[in-house]
Design a protein around this ligand. Structure first.
Ligand code: NIG
Ligand code: FE
Length: 408
């Protein structure tokens, strides 16, 4: 057994509601706190001196400077398994070129598909491990990773195998999602329906068989997969046993309605969601996921995070880290910057980065610090938790702990 501390403050983020607005005075703060762990799991959490007296044989992992301890962050939406980069797209975008102009010049998702197909499984695994470890060093201990840059049976399998291989070689917990329905690949010689049927009938059974993923995502957009086809596809994928998540309402609405109708675990993006969509999400069990990194990368509005919370939705915040629309990949910085515009409390930001994000991934053993939970934790070099968002993401954790195991 190991006792880590004393921390100036511990924010366990326990006892808070899953949905709706949160005030900072709802946060429980343990002063001079300690965490007792055994084999990667939290045994007890509380006053350091009390824990030390009660467990005199515990090995002490002494903290000698002022530090604030939080649960590790959970990034429930990334696309960090990819080849190449899209710096050319970005330079065109900031110079004012439109999405269509960039696509015509050979940019967009298809460019990354080409670059990802050109990378070997080994190369994808290695670059993914590097990105996961960068995230981990910034306190992100759980990372969802999507495929979606393969867009053929073999190339999607290659990506998902790379994610599985990487997950055994990083201390971050990786959770994979099949995004074969990102767009109909340009080299597929059939209709949208035919492509989705191929994914359903051929790819998803193979993913199940190889245990590569239990989650399916889709990009619902008139320019990608239309809402009608999306609903049919997702209903069938769900019947095969997959959890569903949706890229929804990014450029036009329609996706969030599909997500709620199919009982998706999350609807992500939501930049164009209006009153009707907000109401729908708030009255559902579907987690609303804000992706400020995509707004920053594309120069678009943030999703209506404040209104979603006030309407009673469960709001998570994720990075959307991808080579096209969200290349920065700094989750805390993005959340901190969005919170200033959207008027989110620190409690709402931290909840969105931890236990509310675990709801989007349907995992229940992470996201708060409490007995029985996995000891994924991070400590910031300050004595007041409010400093963390105050520095807008520039203050990074000085210590990050994970369970060191892929078994949890
Ligand atoms: O979440 N919106 C669709 N997919 C990604 C972008 C992918 C890309 O541009 O490569 C997103 O923003
Ligand atoms: Fe995305």
């Amino acid at each position: 057994m190991k006792l880590t501390g004393p921390f100036t403050q511990i924010l366990p983020l326990d006892g808070l509601p899953l949905k709706g607005a949160l005030r900072d005075d709802q946060l429980r703060i343990i002063h001079n706190g300690g965490v007792l762990t055994d084999d990667g799991l939290i045994i007890a959490i509380g006053d350091f001196d009390v824990l030390q007296k009660a467990h005199p044989t515990a090995q002490i992992d002494e903290i000698t400077t002022p530090q604030v301890l939080l649960p590790g962050f959970v990034d429930c939406h990334t696309h960090i398994c990819f080849g190449g980069n899209r710096a050319k797209d970005y330079s065109m975008r900031i110079a004012g070129k439109t999405y269509l102009e960039i696509a015509k010049a050979g940019g967009g998702i298809w460019d990354t598909v080409t670059q990802t197909r050109n990378a070997s499984e080994q190369e994808l695994t290695e670059t993914l491990i590097q990105r996961a470890n960068r995230h981990l060093s910034e306190g992100v201990t759980t990372i969802e990773v999507k495929s979606g840059y393969g867009l053929s049976i073999q190339e999607e399998l290659k990506q998902l195998r790379a994610i599985k291989a990487a997950s055994a070689q990083t201390k971050a917990k990786l959770i994979s999602t099949c995004l074969a329905a990102h767009m109909v690949p340009k080299d597929f010689g059939g209709s949208q329906e035919e492509y989705l049927n191929m994914v359903l009938n051929e790819l998803l059974p193979m993913i199940k068989q190889e245990e590569l993923s239990s989650r399916v995502d889709i990009f619902v957009e008139q320019s990608a997969i239309n809402p009608e086809n999306a609903l049919t596809y997702l209903t069938k994928a769900k019947a095969l046993g997959f959890d569903i998540t949706v890229h929804a309402d990014q450029f036009t609405t329609g996706g969030s309605k599909v997500a709620v109708e199919v009982g998706a675990v999350s609807a992500d993006h939501l930049e164009t969601s209006g009153e009707a969509e907000i109401k729908l999400l708030a009255n559902s069990d579907t987690v609303a996921v804000a992706l400020p990194g995509a707004s920053l990368g594309l120069g678009m509005n943030y999703p209506p995070a404040r209104r979603l919370l006030d309407a009673g939705a469960c709001l998570a915040i994720a990075s959307d880290w991808n080579p096209g629309s969200a290349p920065m990949g700094d989750l805390l910085m993005q959340a901190a910057i969005m919170s200033a515009s959207e008027k989110l409390s620190a409690a709402e930001v931290f909840a969105g980065l931890t236990y509310r994000a675990t709801a989007a991934l349907k995992i229940s053993n992470r996201g708060i610090l409490a007995p029985g939970m996995v000891a994924d934790m991070q400590a910031y070099p300050c004595s007041d938790y409010r400093e963390i968002l105050y520095y807008q993401g520039k203050m990074k954790p000085v210590n990050v702990w994970t369970a060191d195991s892929t078994d949890f």
